[in-house]
Structures are given as C-alpha cells and as structure tokens.
Write a protein that binds this ligand. Structure first.
Ligand code: HEC
Ligand code: HEC
Ligand code: HEC
Ligand code: HEC
Length: 122
C-alpha cells in the first residue's frame, strides 16, 4: 500500500515537473488520425491516452520526435503517395499500428484490433 501511494505521488510529481519544464504531454482521450487526401475508408479514431500508457515511449510512433516541442502529424510527411523512402500514409500507419497489434497478438498479449473494421469504424 505504501509503495502504491509513493508511486501515485511520483507520477503526480512527474506530471507537474513535465508541465513545468515544458515537456510535451500526450493528448487526453480519443484522437482522430488525419487521413490521406481522398481517403476511401472510414476515418480512424483511437484512444491516444490509452496508447500513451500502453506504449510509454512516444518515439515508437512519433519516430522523428526529438523530445522538444510537439510531435508532427504523420500526414505532414506521409502523403497519399509514396515519396522516396517515405511510405504513403496507409502503409506507414499500417506498419506502425497494425504491426504492433499483430506482433502483440502473436505473443498472446492484450492489444488493439487487426481486422480492417476494428480501426476503420463507420
Ligand atoms: C501508439 C502510437 C502513439 C504513441 C505511443 C504516442 N502517440 Fe502521439 N499521436 C499518435 C498519432 C497517430 C497522432 C495523430 C497524428 C496524425 O493525425 O497524424 C498523435 C498525435 C499527438 C499529438 C497532437 C499533434 C497534433 O498536431 O495534433 C501530440 C501532442 C502527441 N501525439 C504527443 C505524444 C506524446 C508526448 C507521446 C508520448 C508520451 C505520444 N504522443 C505517444 C500516435 C502516438
Ligand atoms: C518529419 C517527417 C515525418 C513524420 C512526422 C513521420 N514520419 Fe514516418 N518516416 C519519415 C521518413 C523520412 C521515413 C523514411 C526514412 C526512415 O525510415 O526514417 C519514414 C518512415 C516511416 C516508416 C517505415 C519505417 C521502416 O521500418 O521502414 C513508418 C512505419 C513510419 N514512418 C510511420 C510513421 C507514423 C505512424 C508517423 C506518425 C505517428 C510518422 N511516421 C511520422 C518521416 C516522417
Ligand atoms: C507498440 C504497440 C502499439 C502501437 C504502435 C499501436 N497500438 Fe493500438 N493498441 C495497443 C495496445 C496494447 C492496445 C490495448 C490498450 C488498452 O486496451 O488499454 C491498443 C488498442 C487499440 C485500439 C482499441 C482501443 C482504442 O484505442 O480505442 C485501437 C482502435 C487502436 N489500438 C488503434 C491504433 C492505431 C490507429 C495505431 C497507430 C496510430 C495504434 N493503435 C498503434 C498497442 C499499440
Ligand atoms: C490498427 C488500425 C488499422 C487497421 C487494423 C487497418 N487500418 Fe487502414 N489505416 C489505419 C490508419 C491509422 C490509416 C491512416 C489514416 C487514414 O487515412 O484514415 C489507415 C489508412 C488506410 C487506407 C488509406 C486511406 C483511405 O481511407 O483510403 C486504406 C485504403 C486502408 N487503411 C485500408 C485498410 C484495410 C483494407 C484494412 C484491413 C485489411 C485496414 N486498413 C486495417 C489504421 C488501420
């Protein structure tokens, strides 16, 4: 119990410290991933808050994030068409999002959806 209280206090302190030093905090609640222009599938909404807990390292998704300022949207770099080494938004999102869900599922862990309609909800 003592340990738990200490943990809660530490988390609260880190939260305060983070805001005091201007470290970006993850958005709370649900977030819509900005779509590729001309998208054909229903837009993807996911809980950013749950992911920031399940995946504490921001860089797993925001792979160009330096730790300063605010991470850029995927769609600022990943467009509707592939551009050199930059995957198109569909494949970039699928590799990161679906790839993690698929790997975790393989390991028998609780994770997010892999079927199309699990993410592209009407
Ligand atoms: C599981 C993947 C994932 C993780 C982990 C993650 N994010 Fe995100 N985050 C996203 C996606 C996807 C978006 C929406 C981007 C878009 O629309 O292209 C986003 C958006 C954001 C935005 C809003 C950007 C904007 O311009 O609206 C901020 C701020 C942010 N994330 C911060 C964080 C921080 C800080 C962490 C680490 C604590 C984190 N994120 C961890 C996937 C993730
Ligand atoms: C500032 C530009 C920029 C942003 C923002 C960005 N990417 Fe990328 N991404 C790149 C570039 C450039 C590459 C190719 C070179 C490399 O792998 O770094 C890439 C490569 C990738 C790859 C392929 C990596 C591999 O293993 O082959 C994936 C997957 C990916 N990005 C997903 C995402 C997701 C998801 C987001 C948003 C959460 C995102 N990217 C945001 C620029 C960006
Ligand atoms: C590194 C692993 C990882 C990555 C990357 C990841 N997820 Fe998840 N996802 C999870 C885990 C773990 C859960 C279960 C979280 C929970 O239930 O608390 C989850 C749950 C979900 C859910 C169901 C709960 C909710 O959020 O509504 C959706 C939808 C989802 N993920 C979409 C996405 C999308 C879209 C992306 C890419 C932008 C993404 N995930 C990237 C691990 C990941
Ligand atoms: C884990 C979540 C997830 C799953 C599962 C998933 N997608 Fe996606 N998909 C995304 C995200 C995030 C984007 C990028 C944002 C957007 O364009 O809506 C995307 C983009 C796309 C796009 C390009 C944009 C558009 O709407 O035309 C297509 C096509 C697409 N997905 C088809 C599929 C199909 C088909 C399946 C099943 C085989 C599937 N997706 C499964 C998350 C997912």
């Amino acid at each position: 119990m003592k340990k738990f209280v200490l943990l809660v206090a530490m988390v609260a302190f880190l939260g305060l410290a983070a805001s005091a030093f201007g470290i970006p905090t993850a958005p709370e609640g649900d977030l819509k991933v900005v779509m590729a222009a001309g998208a054909t599938k229903p837009a993807v909404t996911f809980s950013h808050a749950k992911h920031a807990v399940a995946v504490p390292d921001c860089k797993v998704c925001h792979h160009t994030f330096t730790g300063e300022g605010v991470p850029q949207k995927c769609s600022e770099c990943h467009k509707a068409e592939k551009d050199g080494k930059k995957l198109d938004i569909k494949n970039a999102a699928h590799k990161t999002c679906r790839g993690c869900h698929r790997d975790m599922k393989k390991d028998g862990k609780k994770t997010g959806p892999t079927p199309c309609t699990g993410c592209h909800k009407k």
